[in-house]
Design a protein around this ligand. Structure first.
Ligand code: DGI
Ligand code: FE
Ligand code: FE
Length: 196
């Protein structure tokens, strides 16, 4: 089932004032891609659209505020996570949609929570959002066309390719790598090699 027009408008009303025009467009594109992937792989289309629309809701919020939302909710970050500022918006966003927007679906919470790093044993919805974020219409990095093709052949293969790219980038900059990112990579490599 797809979202009704009215419901879609509600979510759009929630994200628009929080985001730059570019980030807002990105969110619409991720939602659109997430619905397509959900159709292809049999995930819940409605949840995919909601999570896609909301996934970056706190991306343009100052990082100190993101951190406060995380700690007020009682989530304790380890040292690596604390030094990986650019991923805070994922956790803070998940907390925000639950505590401020009252979206209490745990699958949507986790899809937003893990959209940046992935994790071990991701649900189908988590994978759909993770990959929709990589291949949305606005993405134009070298190799994005290959990623789009791969995404519609195998989500796990796309996760391997996506995280290999991200880890390479992070390592090149000598940035810390969150353990969930490594777990997601290993899990997807296993799935590709052994089937799952
Ligand atoms: O929010 P988006 O730009 O749409 O995409 P995203 O949420 O996937 O990525 C946000 C940033 O997070 C991106 O620049 C890469 C970074 N990132 C992803 N995994 C890790 C990470 N940064 C660190 N330091 N460690 C990670 O494991
Ligand atoms: Fe993000
Ligand atoms: Fe995003």
């Amino acid at each position: 089932m797809a979202l009704s027009k009215k419901e879609r408008q509600e979510y759009i009303k929630a994200i628009k004032p929080m985001l730059s025009p570019k980030r807002f467009e990105h969110s619409l594109n991720v939602a659109q891609e997430a619905v397509k992937l959900a159709k292809k792989y049999g995930a819940d289309e409605e949840k995919a659209e909601i999570a896609g629309l909301l996934h970056d809701i706190l991306k343009d919020t100052p990082s100190e505020k993101q951190l406060k939302i995380i700690s007020d909710f009682g989530i304790i970050l380890n040292n690596v996570e604390l030094s990986a500022k650019r991923f805070w918006h994922a956790i803070a966003g998940a907390v925000y949609i639950r505590t401020v927007l009252y979206i209490e679906d745990p699958e949507i919470f986790d899809a937003v929570r893990y959209h940046t790093t992935g994790r071990n044993n991701m649900s189908l919805l988590e994978k759909v959002i993770f990959i929709a974020d990589f291949i949305s219409k606005d993405r134009d990095y070298p190799g994005v066309e290959d990623m789009r093709r791969t995404a519609y052949k195998s989500l796990d293969k796309a996760i391997v390719e996506g995280i290999a790219f991200t880890i390479g980038d992070l390592a090149k900059n000598r940035d810390p790598i969150v353990i969930d990112t490594i777990d997601a990579y290993n899990d997807a490599v296993w799935a590709v090699r052994h089937g799952k």
